[in-house]
Write a protein that binds this ligand. Structure first.
Ligand SMILES: *[C@@H]1O[C@H](CO)[C@@H](O)[C@H](O)[C@H]1NC(C)=O
Ligand SMILES: *[C@@H]1O[C@H](CO)[C@@H](O)[C@H](O)[C@H]1NC(C)=O
Ligand SMILES: *[C@@H]1O[C@H](CO)[C@@H](O)[C@H](O)[C@H]1NC(C)=O
Ligand SMILES: *[C@@H]1O[C@H](CO)[C@@H](O)[C@H](O)[C@H]1NC(C)=O
Ligand SMILES: *[C@@H]1O[C@H](CO)[C@@H](O)[C@H](O)[C@H]1NC(C)=O
Length: 265
């Protein structure tokens, strides 16, 4: 149609533009296949974890659980070596000698490693199916208990997700041997040295190899979580949760400017 015919509509343009966001409001997509959705999630925490490694993924899962409470039932356990509050405050150690006083936050565990292992990987609501392992300055300590826990739990899990240097705990447990994985780019040299038999992928926001999902540093844990939700619950649900928290997802796992910035190769 000739553009001259559209001219009389021009005064209506602001109105049309103001209507379009209302018309475009997304409706919540259904999760249709609920046969194999996980019920029991667990977050492993230790002294000097990175806050966003833990609360980025958890906030996304909180959203999933809230929006889909009529579709699926989800439980989260927070597991550590004791039931004492676990702080993000870095303790200086030989590998990461940084301290900044007492600035940090504490999280309360719900279970100890020993309790969960004594119950053969179960909590009151059933077997733990998804375990998330964060990174942080504390990952540079020996972390014997966390490594033993991951080693014992992995065969029972449906999925394990690690964020940042959390991958070093998986690597030291031996579960990444012969598999593709990624980790924090700034800490690349040290982090990859913990798993000489791992096929480390330097340029990756996250990597999936079977049920092993590993992310790059800190904020990448959120993109990993959305990608994992997309895989398990469907992309539509993952997008809906991201839009609800006004988060712009990173869809391409191989797009990773931070590898070059930090010289990871
Ligand atoms: C539901 O998902 C499971 C596991 O991914 C799959 O085996 C099954 O075929 C799916 N069922 C339908 C109806 O899509
Ligand atoms: C769950 O179902 C109830 C009853 O149908 C409804 O009132 C409620 O809004 C639903 N909640 C969600 C999060 O969809
Ligand atoms: C950390 O660095 C300070 C100052 O260089 C040093 O005195 C201290 O021994 C170091 N601590 C550890 C645990 O390596
Ligand atoms: C422990 O759990 C595994 C599955 O995670 C199961 O195969 C095994 O039978 C359980 N062992 C006992 C003693 O309940
Ligand atoms: C993903 O990013 C990589 C690296 O930038 C690029 O080579 C590739 O073409 C991208 N893939 C898609 C589907 O856009």
């Amino acid at each position: 149609m000739p553009s001259s015919l559209l001219l009389p509509l021009l005064p209506l343009l602001p109105l049309l533009l103001s209507l379009s966001p209302t018309l475009a409001i997304p409706s919540q997509p259904l999760i249709t296949n609920t046969t194999t959705l996980p019920t029991n999630y667990a977050m492993l925490v230790y002294q000097s974890f990175t806050a966003l490694d833990v609360f980025g993924p958890l906030d996304i899962l909180n959203g999933l659980s809230m929006y889909y409470s009529n579709t699926t039932s989800m439980h989260i356990s927070v597991i550590s070596s004791t039931l004492e509050p676990v702080t993000t405050v870095p303790l200086p150690n030989a590998r990461m000698n940084m301290t900044h006083g007492d600035f940090g936050e504490k999280m309360l565990p719900t279970h100890t490693f020993a309790e969960v292992l004594a119950a053969n990987g179960s909590v009151a609501t059933g077997e733990i199916e998804v375990l998330i392992v964060p990174g942080g300055g504390g990952a540079r300590d020996d972390r014997f208990e966390e490594i033993e826990f991951v080693k014992a739990m992995y065969p029972k899990l449906k999925y394990i997700l690690s964020v940042c240097t959390g991958a070093t705990i998986l690597a030291r447990a031996g579960i990444l041997d012969g598999h593709r994985a990624t980790t924090n780019k700034r800490a690349w040299t040290w982090a990859t040295s913990t798993g000489p038999k791992v096929d480390w992928v330097p340029t990756a926001r996250w990597v999936q190899d079977g049920n092993l999902w590993t992310s790059s540093g800190v904020s990448a844990g959120m993109d990993l979580t959305y990608a994992w939700i997309g895989h398990v619950y469907g992309e539509a649900a993952a997008d809906y949760i991201a839009m609800s928290s006004e988060y712009r997802r990173w869809y391409n796992a191989s797009e990773d400017p931070f590898a070059e910035i930090w010289g990871a190769k």
